[in-house]
Each structure stands twice: as C-alpha cells, then as structure tokens.
Design a protein around this ligand. Structure first.
Ligand code: BTN
Length: 336
C-alpha cells in the first residue's frame, strides 16, 4: 500500500511532467529543486511511475518526458484533475474489489466521511434491488460517503439529484442528450449508460450518512457486458457505454473529476428545491411506460409518464387516472 506522502509526491511530479502537446523534457535537477528531494529520490519516483504503467522517456543530461499515461483511475491522477473539492478528502483505490459500495459502507459505519472508494473492476458489484452490477475494466465504479443535510422525506430528491449530476456531466462533456430513467438510471438512446445505488443510515428522521454508489459504463465493451449478463439469471435491459456511443475511448480521470465537481455543486443546491426539481424535470425521460411491481412481471400497469411530482415521485397517467410511483421496488420500463 502506497503512503499518502508518496502519493502526493507522485502527484506533484506528474504536475510537472505534462503529457501530449505540452510534453517537454524536464531536468532531474529542476524536479529535485522544485520538490525538495534528492536526485536519487527523483529517479526512484520516476521508476515508481514506470512501475504504475507510465511511459517516461529519459535523456542523459536533458531530463525526463512523460510520453503516455496509463488509463487508470489512480488517486494522484484524480486529485490532480479534481483540485480542491471538500466532498473528497481521501481516495481509496483498488485494482479489483468485490464492491466499492461495501467498502464505503463499512467505513461510513465507523463514522468516516468524504471518502471516495474507486476500483478498476468489481467482482461482485451491486445494483439496485439485489441485482448484480457487471463491472469490468474500463468503467468508472465508485462510492462516495457523504453527510447530506436533507430530510428523510427528500431521499428521492437526493437520488434524482445524483442522476441529474451524472446526466449533466455526460451531456456537457460529450454533447449527448442523456436522460434520467426514473428513479435514477441514466440512459442514452433508451440504453443504460450509468446506474446509481444509494445506501443510507437514518436516525430520528435525519440522514446520518449516505453512500452514493455510481457506475458509469465509460470505456466498457458492450459485447463483454452482454456476454457476462447472459451468464446470470437477472433481467436485462439494453446497456451501452460512452465508448460505444462515441466510437472512441473517453478520458476516465477527467470524466470522474467533472462528475465529482458536478455532484458537489448539485448537492450544495439541494435546499433550493424548485431549482433542482426544474433541472431534474428538464432531463427526465417521459412517455409510454409499463410500471412493474416487484421482480416477477405479473403485476403491472401501463400508462404514460407525464412528469415528476414535487416529492420526486413519477406521475403516470393510466386510464384517465394519475398514479404516483414512489417505491424503489418498482421497475419502470419505457415502451417504444
Ligand atoms: C443500478 O443501476 O442498479 C445501480 C448500479 C450501481 C453500481 C455502482 S458501481 C460502484 C458501486 N459499487 C457497487 O457495488 N455498486 C455501485
């Protein structure tokens, strides 16, 4: 396990070694002076970065140049891209873990806060209603511990606001028209690109803590997801990934950092209900739906989703009546 001080050294070193068009050789002496470490230590950190998959060119008497970064969600990369963000004080990183949500929940139970748990892969990712969440390499799988100052009756709002942040981030970065599929799936062209799971501890009508788990199919191969899903007995409705929709891979570190900034912004506005509700309504997917109760498809109503109520419930018009859909154990399937 890499210590916090080594992590911040790697971050400082990387901030000096720019990649891409800005890339240039930086002398070992310059790095050693700027970071106040010996030349040997510079060499040690360069070797460490190489060990993490960075391609760094070294020219005798000239210096070092960063040629390529690995496509990894390393904490120092996230911190560098994120800058100041009060919502994230610590990052716990895994190459592979069963579920970031379970790790974060254990920490939250120990009263830890503002921690981001992120993984390259999850072997037992959890989805809503006890589903398995397929989490291969290339996705963005993370859980964040927050202490939101919202009343228990606004839990649905918190979850919709989270989906709003994901939509806004995807739409502004890639110019998509991603929408919220109630209650908190994010879809592009009727296919799911991101899912949200929020676990909460509630005491005396107040939210003690919430663990916000978000999975974004960023650079995930859809064929591999479909193959994995076909090996499970779980109900499946089309998935997509940003890479699939764009025809090229996205920079996951930049996307995650933008998403965290957007989450921080939207959570800071939760008290302004009307503003948040208006933003949610502007990206909510409406139209013909089938509302299915429970896992078995036996009890359902067909209707048209016509809006979102002030408490966050979905308003479905069916045979002239308006039904409020509130329970998280209800599936809403949009009918095309
Ligand atoms: C859903 O749409 O059913 C919710 C999916 C939530 C998946 C994320 S990935 C990171 C975090 N860890 C988990 O085990 N689940 C959530």
């Amino acid at each position: 396990m890499i210590t916090e001080s080594k992590r911040s050294r790697l971050r400082d070193l990387l901030s000096m070694l720019k990649v891409g068009e800005e890339a240039k050789y930086v002398s070992g002496e310059h790095i050693s002076r700027a970071l106040d470490i010996s030349r040997e230590a510079v060499w040690k950190y360069i070797s460490m970065l190489r060990g993490y998959g960075y391609r760094i060119d070294a020219k005798p008497r000239v210096g070092y140049m960063l040629v390529q970064r690995p496509d990894k969600l390393y904490p120092w990369e996230i911190m560098l891209e994120l800058g100041k963000c009060d919502m994230v004080k610590e990052i716990i990183y895994y190459e592979q873990v069963e579920s970031t949500q379970d790790v974060a929940l254990r920490l939250a139970e120990q009263d830890r806060d503002s921690i981001l748990v992120v993984a390259e892969r999850q072997s037992r990712g959890r989805g809503r209603t006890s589903r398995l969440w397929i989490s291969p390499d290339g996705g963005i799988w993370f859980s964040l511990i927050i202490k939101p100052r919202v009343n228990v009756r606004d839990v649905t709002l918190l979850s919709l606001a989270t989906a709003l942040a994901v939509c806004n981030t995807i739409n502004s970065r890639f110019n998509f028209a991603a929408r919220i599929k109630w209650p908190n799936d994010v879809i592009i062209n009727y296919k799911k690109v991101a899912g949200i799971l929020i676990d909460m501890s509630i005491e005396h009508d107040a939210i003690n803590y919430a663990v916000v788990g978000i999975g974004v199919n960023a650079n995930v191969s859809i064929d591999s997801i479909e193959r994995m899903i076909s090996n499970t007995d779980k109900h499946y409705y089309g998935s997509t990934s940003l890479m699939h929709e764009l025809g090229k891979a996205v920079d996951r570190v930049r996307l995650l950092a933008s998403l965290l900034r957007e989450l921080e912004h939207i959570y800071s506005r939760l008290a302004y209900r009307d503003e948040i509700l208006a933003a949610i309504r502007s990206v909510m997917m409406l139209g013909p739906v089938r509302v299915i109760e429970g896992e078995g498809n036996d009890a359902f109503i067909d209707g048209v989703a016509i809006g979102v109520d002030d408490d966050g419930s979905l308003l479905v018009k069916s045979y002239g009546m308006i039904k409020k859909v509130t329970s998280g154990y209800v599936h809403v399937r949009y009918v095309r």
